[in-house]
Design a protein around this ligand. Sequence first.
Ligand SMILES: Nc1nc2c(ncn2[C@@H]2O[C@H](COP(=O)(O)OP(=O)(O)OP(=O)(O)O)[C@@H](O)[C@H]2O)c(=O)[nH]1
Ligand SMILES: [Mg+2]
Length: 333
Amino acid sequence: MNKKCLGCGSVLQSDSVNKEGFVKLSVYDKSDYCERCFKIMHYGEYSVLDKKIDTDGIIRNINSDKIASVAFLIDALNINENIKKYINKFRNNKYILITKKDVLPKSLKEKKVISYIKENLLDTENIMCVSSFKNYNIDKFLEKLNKDNVRRLYIVGFTNCGKSTFINHILTSLSKSPTITTSAIPNTTASYIAIKLNNKLTIVDTPGFIDNDAIYNFVDYGKVVKLYPKKELKVKTFQVKSGYSIIVNDILRIENTSLKSNSFSFYMNDKLRYEKIKSKNDKLRILPNMEYEINEPTDILINGLGFVRITKVGMIRVFSLDNKMISKRKSMI
Ligand SMILES: Nc1nc2c(ncn2[C@@H]2O[C@H](COP(=O)(O)OP(=O)(O)OP(=O)(O)O)[C@@H](O)[C@H]2O)c(=O)[nH]1
Ligand SMILES: [Mg+2]
């Protein structure tokens, strides 16, 4: 039987250095991990997986598994309406888990997040906020699976939403070793990784779906890993008069283009560089941009980075690396 990498699920092979699952022939017999996983785990090196993830194939496979349930994981800072069409493709018994609850400020109440999901993505009672880093709600979720007699649970969702970290955490909580590779770059998990937790339940990690609109398509991977907050974020709020803009790193510029002042609250990494400038300053003006009319409290989502809450009605212009990264939703808060 072909040996598989414990970290990413690829079949181990010694023929092609640039293909998934590569290990040198000399170490093949004693290797449990491919070279890419080994380097991520031990040297924090990032290399991009040379493989296109077949999202439709994954969904088809899971739908044809008669005993499958699905946990759809969503990154707490990246809740957008585009996710709905992916959730709807699964015909199985579904759980929605909002991951990385630890990065949300305490002021953003769990109830708000859950009711937003219910109203806009999937109306179900099976929604929970979790955090692998803070061991939040993991036991409660396992209890729920037990009660619902779930036999095989597929962990699915967009890349980087924390699927493998979540499974590793479950393994640790059951005194097993956390064997799966995790990283802040996209496409870490390459194939299915099925792990039997007990006689009743098998949990299956899957490769994350790639979102063509997310920031990792437009920024070097070396930079991507620094953008996401490492712990509870502190909301940065700016009162922005007409004719002023806020700039974040070299990624984002939001200009107040109406005549009245407005308030911008940034729900993203507070360690990024924030700067208030006069709009006649041309910094980042070269970037693609779009004007948005704000008719009610609105969140401007920067896919992969977080969101900006705009409280008052008016007009704003958003400059970013690509207009595809930007979308808006009725404010969650
Ligand atoms: N703050 C925080 N970060 C997390 C949590 N869980 C995962 N992460 C981080 O999110 C990033 C992605 O985690 P992974 O577990 O590799 O994500 P994935 O969904 O398996 O990604 P793919 O395998 O590419 O589909 C890593 O940098 C993790 O450290 C969490 O509970 N809190
Ligand atoms: Mg993974």
